[in-house]
Design a protein around this ligand. Structure first.
Ligand code: ADP
Ligand code: MG
Length: 697
């Protein structure tokens, strides 16, 4: 049996493998590319490709693929085998530097939002050497970016890498001013906590809604839900424990630092958290984690649901994006330091985040917007749709003291003078356990909690990095031209706190009073995807994102279009699934049950002339009325679906879907769920909520 340390990373072409399999010269040159983004010449690429191929074949691989993240949100691969015909009729296994660096998948079926004219269907993929290649199912997977022939990004990795570069560039300017000469770059790191549900595969197979849409579209509440709170951190059931052990194994082999797992609040809900790592690698790893979770679940007769809201009335699933910035020399820039200078530096980076989140609330909000996540954000659950920052009472008090120039009444009474006084040691605030803040400072990192469980973390981190890069740029511009650095610094920190304190909120984010207060403060409250997505193209946002070379205007337009299109398609599929289930399953099932009930009444009467047949009568009346309602609401939904055909622009269509289709879906669901309560479970055509969420033993 392999030990965990032996297993860990055994399917990854990582630094250890590179060192062992590459000549010193090739290794050095590759390392320079990885660390500093230096150009890689073809001879080096050829040597790396050969070593990669030999290692992959030795580990059972027969194929290779460029592995990338198109805008569909999932990963894509196109497998090629290493086989090349040899003149003697046999085959040899080949893989060239060219094949490693660049690929040309047929891109015509990936969404481009109009970026790629149909006559030019091809895009190309380019190797991201900063994320290690790995073996998955006998295939060597090479992490790549995906662009059109015109160079426009068609994926999520390209802008993420650009945003990391932009942040590093601006952060370096600030660090230089603070005299950090040895720092070569700044990297952002992320540790995403992933929530998911597990349900029994046999039950899943009986539910078209889960199969087609990933969530239940019908289902009366079970007699028991999450009210007892007996699932959270409760003992893990045996079948789930086996799944988790197997999952860890698979993730560890791929070098993914899966660390903690526990049950979540809702029954059947669980969480997995890896140890944090560089953002683009964390993004690759999170995509892999989601994929492998689903595969491993199947092996255990389970299905892993990554949808944000698989069950109404039960908590949904999110993803907490723990984010920080650190230098290549290992200094966490969000960690308060020991010396006055370090603290001033900490404060400027803290302020940069505060300013960024306030100035670009809209971008953060829309970076997590999907049809699925609309069921959580702003829908009385998880964080609200209003973006705000939790700093904790002590850090807030420190900032207030700086702003007002008054003594800080914390641990000791001192008037803080930046760059002169050491910040008082402040405790990590424990109230962050209330979990209601969408963006919480947790000691040395920020936790962005609005992401949906199925979101790619790339989108949120692109916007976060971009917005922080912009704050840092503004600061650096001012500081570089300042006559008195210390004075300017003080001024800027004070001004940031004054201008942006409206975004700071330490209270309960679920409270209705907060939503009213947030509105008074002028904070944005975009409840749904159609509300927020068009703001991607607001002038200030386009200006900021293009000025840092993170997106071109054309790329932004295409993304807005794709996201709205995705929203529309998702809801339309759900609506179609509902009408299908209502007509083909629910109505016939009730009909069949009613027939039994009526037959019974007739038989009863034959034996007992004055039998009351109360139960039969009431059931028939109740269900007959409900059947008529189910039918009429199905018809209404169907006609709304037909009405959608008139829209030619996606924005109007998305609003129509939100305002016409979604409400009709709720109306249909309400009567169907009521009918479920009156129908014998023997006749109900698919597993109930109770069976689904308590069905995994
Ligand atoms: P919780 O939110 O449940 O309290 P933890 O504090 O254990 O969880 O951390 C959650 C996640 O935050 C983990 O993935 C962890 O690796 C990550 N994390 C910890 N420190 C940092 C950091 N400096 N930067 C980014 N992520 C971090
Ligand atoms: Mg957390």
């Amino acid at each position: 049996m392999e030990t965990v340390t032996e297993k860990f990373g055994s399917l990854v072409f990582d630094d250890r493998v590179m060192k062992a399999n590459l000549s010193a010269k090739v290794y050095q040159s590759l390392k320079k590319t990885i660390d500093e983004g230096a150009q890689l010449d073809l001879s080096v690429a050829n040597a790396v490709a050969t070593a990669m191929k030999d290692w992959a074949i030795a580990n059972g691989a027969t194929h290779f693929t460029h592995w990338f993240q198109p805008l569909t949100g999932i990963t894509a691969e196109k497998h090629d085998s290493f086989i090349t015909p040899a003149p003697d009729g046999r085959v040899i296994m080949e893989f060239s530097g060219k094949e490693l660096i660049k690929g040309e998948p047929d891109a015509s079926s990936f969404p481009s939002g109009g970026l790629r004219a149909t006559f030019e269907a091809r895009g190309y993929t380019t190797w991201d050497p900063t994320s290690y290649a790995f073996i998955k199912e006998k295939t060597l997977c090479i992490p790549t970016a995906f662009c059109s022939f015109g160079g426009e990004a068609l994926d999520k990795k390209t802008p993420l890498l650009r945003s990391m570069e932009a942040l590093s560039k601006q952060a370096m300017r600030i660090l230089k001013l603070f005299g950090n000469e040895d720092v070569k770059c700044v990297r952002t790191s992320v540790g995403p906590e992933q929530e998911y549900f597990l349900v029994d595969k046999a039950m899943y197979d009986k539910r078209k809604d889960l199969i087609y849409t990933g969530r239940t579209l019908f289902g009366a509440k079970a007699p028991k839900g999450q009210e007892m709170e007996d699932h959270y951190f409760g003992a893990i059931k045996e079948r789930v424990a086996h799944f988790m052990a197997d999952l860890n194994d698979e993730l560890w082999k791929l070098g993914i630092l899966a660390k903690t797992e526990h049950n979540e609040v809702a029954p059947a809900q669980h969480e997995l958290a890896p140890i944090y790592t560089t953002t683009n690698i964390a993004a690759d790893h999170n995509q892999l984690t989601m994929e492998i979770m689903q595969k491993v679940a199947l092996k255990h007769g389970l299905v892993c649901l990554l949808h944000e809201k698989p069950f109404a009335g039960v908590n949904g699933s999110g993803k907490h994006n723990n984010w920080s910035m650190a230098t290549d020399t290992g200094i966490n820039l969000l960690s308060p330091g020991e010396t006055p200078y370090e603290n001033a530096q900490f404060l400027i980076f803290l302020c940069a985040v505060i300013k960024a989140v306030d100035d670009y609330q809209d971008l953060l909000r829309l970076s997590v917007a999907t049809a699925g996540n609309d069921h959580r954000l702003g829908a009385n659950e998880a964080p609200p749709a209003v973006v705000s920052i939790f700093l904790g009472d002590e850090l807030t008090a420190i900032l207030e003291a700086i702003e007002s120039g008054k003594p800080y009444a914390g641990t000791k009474k001192t008037t803080l003078k930046l760059g002169v006084d050491v910040l008082p040691k402040f405790a990590r605030d424990n109230t962050d356990r209330n979990r209601t803040s969408p963006f919480a400072f947790t000691g040395n990192k920020f936790e962005f909690r609005m992401l949906g469980s199925s979101n790619s973390i790339s989108c949120a981190n692109i916007m976060l990095n971009a917005a922080v890069a912009e704050s840092l740029k503004i600061y650096a511009d001012r500081l570089e031209s300042a006559e008195n650095f210390e004075q300017k610094l003080q001024e800027m920190i004070k001004k940031t706190i004054k201008d942006h304190k409206r975004i700071l909120f330490n209270g309960n984010g679920y409270d209705d009073a907060w939503i009213a207060e947030a509105e008074k403060r002028g904070l944005k409250n975009y409840k749904t995807t159609p509300d927020c997505m068009p703001h991607l193209l607001d002038e200030k946002n386009v200006k900021m994102l293009t000025s840092h070379n993170i997106f071109t205007e054309a790329e932004l337009k295409s993304r807005c279009e794709i996201m709205l299109d995705n929203y529309c398609k998702t809801v339309v599929i759900e609506a179609n699934t509902m009408t299908d289930m209502a007509r083909k399953q629910i109505l016939p099932a009730i009909e069949e049950y009613l027939k039994t009930v009526c037959d019974t009444a007739v038989s009863k009467k034959a034996f007992i002339q004055d039998a009351s047949c109360d139960y039969e009568k009431k059931t028939v009346i109740k269900l007959s009325v409900l059947m008529e309602q189910i039918l009429s609401r199905t018809e209404e939904l169907e006609s709304e679906l037909i009405n959608l055909k008139v829209f030619s622009d996606i924005e109007s269509e998305s609003f129509a879907i939100r305002d016409k289709i979604l409400p009709k879906m709720s109306e249909l669901r309400a009567v169907a769920d009521e009918a479920e309560m009156y129908t014998s479970s023997k006749y109900w055509p698919f597993p109930t909520y109770g069976e689904l969420i308590f069905g995994v033993k």
